[in-house]
Design a protein around this ligand. Structure first.
Ligand SMILES: C[S@@+](CC[C@H](N)C(=O)[O-])C[C@H]1O[C@@H](n2cnc3c(N)ncnc32)[C@H](O)[C@@H]1O
Length: 506
């Protein structure tokens, strides 16, 4: 008997059983707020399996014979969103720092580079790296380049193997790049064989399968593992386990590149954090075995890399191809307007995620905006604010300084930096930043209030009182339910109460 009405079969309890099974086998976790998105795919999969009851279906899914159905179900549930050169900032770090370092080292060595693009979806990410490497390495045919690209979703992997893409996979990519590395096949673009042959696709489950071999026949480990926009769907403990597997699959000194929403000092505590102007990359210690005994895993070193104006993907392609025009200079007005519209749409989406505490998704969207327009100061500031809230102060400072670089009069950045200095008890630096805030906006009440608090902490009581007095005067002229500072959801009334209390006790 095949049940026609899904509500008879798929009650919440049943959904939760399958949800837990999916998490156990793939790591992908659906919180209760998203559980209803499972209903339709599970019901269709249930019908497809010809099971007579839901318990039979579950048994089927967990048996060897049911593997095909499980894979089909996973294929419907995975988010395969990807495109060429997605996350320009990661590609900038690869192009400007990691690839040149490896190429230099290997050119007088074994001339072999192995990369694992873990959870590559339909292949745009590994092919983008192949294109980049081919531009960077002269006579690449004399090298052993192995890019192993894996995904749990077999449908995605077979698309990747074909290497044929619609226009949508090239959003944000200059048309000249498409013309150089692809050829037209019907209404699609197929990657040229020179680049395709650098990538080998395999089906692989990050949670249950052994790591793939690097294909070079050496110690089977990788120089780089790139795994982006995957662990946002995992629970923290799953990500931590995966981070350890990646660590063990890297050569000493090897790099792990994760998505911007996936940065986490906790999850990658075994790695050294390399902080570049465009983001963070995790590195396995060069002296892993020597360090093992001496350095506790929780001690993390931090290396700040210098900012280069030239850190941008298009420069490498430009350098090697005179045919390619400058993108930003050549953007016509309608492209510019489209970008602005897209930025606004994504920004609103990000703020919605932020307000519903879906921070990882919000961060992903803010980075998307910076992919379109690296000079979007509000997106940079939100990344500063959110990094600070997560206690990632180095990263927050980097974003705050980036905002000031983009717009030296952007007071919110100075204010966030002041709060970070305050948190770190760096009172003089905090005062300096707050003075800038007040210079830019003499009516910024929160600036006076915070400055007053810092003066009080520094035992400078009369300066503190002066600041609270100005804050109180400014607040008295405003409607009491007005929001003072959006990011803190603080009203005039609430701040005034605080200011008056502080004034009395300063
Ligand atoms: C959003 S895509 C990311 C693609 C690419 N890395 C990028 O950032 O553009 C996420 C991919 O993770 C894959 N995935 C999810 N869980 C996985 C697992 N347990 N093992 C391997 N791949 C997995 C999905 O099939 C999907 O293709």
């Amino acid at each position: 008997m095949i049940v026609k009405e899904n509500r008879d079969i798929i009650n919440k309890e049943n959904l939760l059983i399958v949800r837990d099974l999916i998490q156990k086998r793939t790591g992908i976790f659906f919180p209760e707020s998203k559980i209803l998105t499972l209903e339709k795919p599970i019901y269709e999969n249930f019908l497809d399996s010809m099971s007579n009851s839901f318990s039979e279906y579950i048994l089927h899914l967990t048996s060897k014979n049911g593997d095909t159905y499980f894979k089909k179900l996973i294929s419907c549930l995975t988010t395969n969103e990807t495109y060429f050169f997605r996350g320009k900032m990661d590609f900038d770090i690869l192009k400007n720092h990691i690839f040149p370092e490896l190429i230099k080292r290997e050119s007088s060595n074994s001339r072999a580079i192995s990369i694992w693009s873990a959870a590559c979806s339909t292949g745009e990410e590994p092919y983008s790296m192949a294109i980049m490497l081919k531009e960077l390495i002269p006579k690449i045919e004399t090298w052993k380049i192995n890019i192993i690209a894996s995904d749990i979703d077999e449908t995605a992997i077979s698309t990747a193997r074909k290497g044929e893409y619609s226009q949508w996979s090239f959003r944000g990519v200059d048309i000249d790049i498409v013309n150089k590395y692809f050829y037209k096949k019907g209404d699609k673009y197929k990657i040229k064989e020179d680049y395709r042959s650098l990538v080998q696709f395999i089906h692989h489950n990050l949670i249950s399968d052994n790591p793939p071999s690097n294909g070079n026949g050496d110690d089977e480990k990788f120089d780089i593992i790139i795994c982006r926009n995957v662990t946002i769907y995992f629970k923290k403990e799953t990500t931590m386990g995966l981070a350890l597997n990646f660590y063990n699959s890297l050569k000493n000194g090897g790099y792990l590149v994760v998505g911007h929403a996936e940065y986490s000092a906790d999850n990658y505590s075994k790695f050294i954090s390399r902080v570049f102007p465009n983001g963070i990359v995790y590195q396995k210690s060069v002296n892993e075995n020597k360090n093992k005994k001496n350095v506790p895993a929780q001690i993390k070193s931090l290396k700040i890399e210098p900012f280069k104006e030239t850190d941008n993907l298009l420069n490498i392609i430009k350098k090697s191809s005179s045919a390619i025009p400058k993108t930003s200079d050549n953007l016509n007005l309608s492209e510019h307007r489209n970008n602005l519209r897209e930025e606004t749409i994504i920004f609103n989406e990000a703020i919605k995620y932020y307000n519903s505490s879906d921070y990882d998704f919000a961060i992903d969207r803010f980075f998307k905006i910076l992919d379109i327009n690296p000079k979007n100061v509000r997106a940079s500031w939100m990344l500063c604010h959110m990094s600070a809230n997560r206690g990632h102060f180095e990263e927050a400072i980097k974003w705050g300084n980036r905002c000031i670089e983009i717009d030296p009069l952007f007071k919110e950045a100075y204010y966030s930096l002041a709060l970070i200095h305050l948190e770190r008890k760096e009172y003089n630096e905090a005062v300096e930043k707050l003075k800038k805030v007040i210079y830019i906006d003499p009516n910024f009440t929160l600036g006076y209030f915070t400055l007053g608090n810092i003066y009080a902490l520094m035992y400078l009581h009369s300066q503190a009182k002066d600041c609270f007095k100005i804050a109180s005067d400014l607040l008295s002229s405003k409607p009491s339910d007005e929001i003072v500072f959006q990011a803190e959801h603080l009203t005039v009334r609430e701040l005034l109460n605080l200011v008056e209390l502080k004034f009395r006790t300063a």
